[in-house]
Design a protein around this ligand. Structure first.
Ligand SMILES: Cc1cc2nc3c(=O)[nH]c(=O)nc-3n(C[C@H](O)[C@H](O)[C@H](O)COP(=O)(O)OP(=O)(O)OC[C@H]3O[C@@H](n4cnc5c(N)ncnc54)[C@H](O)[C@@H]3O)c2cc1C
Ligand code: FES
Length: 271
């Protein structure tokens, strides 16, 4: 983990209220794994006290640069959106565990909802580098909320889109695309792994389908965070106890999204 003041190379609105920022940090560029995140201090000393967690969207290794993709939802992200080229930002990272890409993986399906695509581009790039078959399912409310399509298309895998209002791709939920692709329950599904990030209800649906089809599934969870390093317990989420913890199974079991996650096996999470 690294704490530093980094210089912003650009910060541009790429869709309504969504910004892409690139900054220089060779330390993060060299060490980050897909699914990890950074904690950014937005607005300098006059901004909110607490840093804000944002996923690592992409690494540009040759430039020692890192990209984040974020949606403006409140004070911290609004202040971040006002950052200009040449400004400095104080941040901490890379943090969290990241996605696991097993060596025996033959095919992967990435299921993204809205801004949930933020950690998934970096993951898709790593999966493509390993020549693993990749299907990307991108969903959002409207076509304006579908992000990072051209970057994902450049990877050469298959991409299917779904919007709730039908303005782009199929009308409906992205989890329905996954369901269609998996076929009727009981269909044989070859060694495939699922990776997902997006609204909790969408991930819960993807987790349920993965369980039904016996597909391993990793989910990237969100939670409000104060420290980002496992100290405050503010980001705890309820999970199922592991086998060796069965002794305590009658007690609720919690894990920290910042330190134990943000990526969890979907079976672990109490949805
Ligand atoms: C590990 C991790 C990675 C993340 N990666 C990204 C990313 O790559 N891009 C991105 O746009 N966002 C990401 N988020 C969410 C992001 O951290 C929040 O949107 C941000 O902290 C909001 O800060 P704010 O000061 O703008 O809003 P606040 O003033 O803190 O909140 C404004 C409103 O947004 C709601 N809110 C705040 N945080 C969240 C959240 N995590 N989920 C749902 N609602 C929330 C609040 O309840 C409130 O209603 C991530 C969160 C986590 C935990
Ligand atoms: S944010 Fe403090 S323990 Fe996770």
């Amino acid at each position: 983990m690294h704490q530093a003041d980094v210089i912003v190379l650009y910060n541009q609105e790429v869709a309504h209220s969504c910004y892409k920022m690139r900054f220089l940090s060779s330390e993060i560029a060299e060490s980050a794994k897909p699914g990890q995140f950074i904690m950014i201090k937005a607005g300098g000393e006059f901004g909110p006290l607490l840093r804000r967690p944002l996923s690592i969207h992409r690494i540009l290794a040759s430039e020692g640069a890192v990209e984040i993709l974020y949606k403006v939802v409140g004070t911290g992200t609004r202040l971040l959106s006002e950052t200009k080229k040449g400004d400095f930002l104080n941040l901490l990272g890379p943090l969290g565990n990241g996605f696991k890409i097993n060596t025996d993986l033959h095919a992967a399906v990435i299921v993204s909802g809205g801004i949930g695509v933020a950690p998934l581009l970096f993951l898709a790039e790593k999966i493509s580098e390993k020549k693993i078959d990749l299907l990307i399912l991108l969903g959002a409310k409207t076509k304006n909320d579908i992000l990072a399509v051209s970057e994902l298309e450049n990877l050469g895998g298959e991409i299917k889109l779904a919007t709730e209002d039908g303005s782009l791709g199929c009308r409906g939920l992205v989890s329905e695309l996954l369901e269609k692709r998996l076929g009727p329950p009981g269909s044989p599904v070859s060694k495939i792994h699922c990776f997902t990030c997006g609204p909790r209800r969408m991930m819960a649906r993807v987790a349920k389908l993965s369980k039904q089809y016996k597909i391993p599934c990793q989910v990237s969870l969100e939670a409000g965070m104060a420290c980002g390093i496992g100290a405050c317990l503010g980001c705890a989420v309820e999970t199922k106890p592991r086998e060796w913890e069965n002794y305590f199974a009658s007690q609720p079991h919690y894990q920290r999204v910042c330190k134990d996650g943000p990526v969890f096996d979907s079976d672990e999470v109490v949805w």
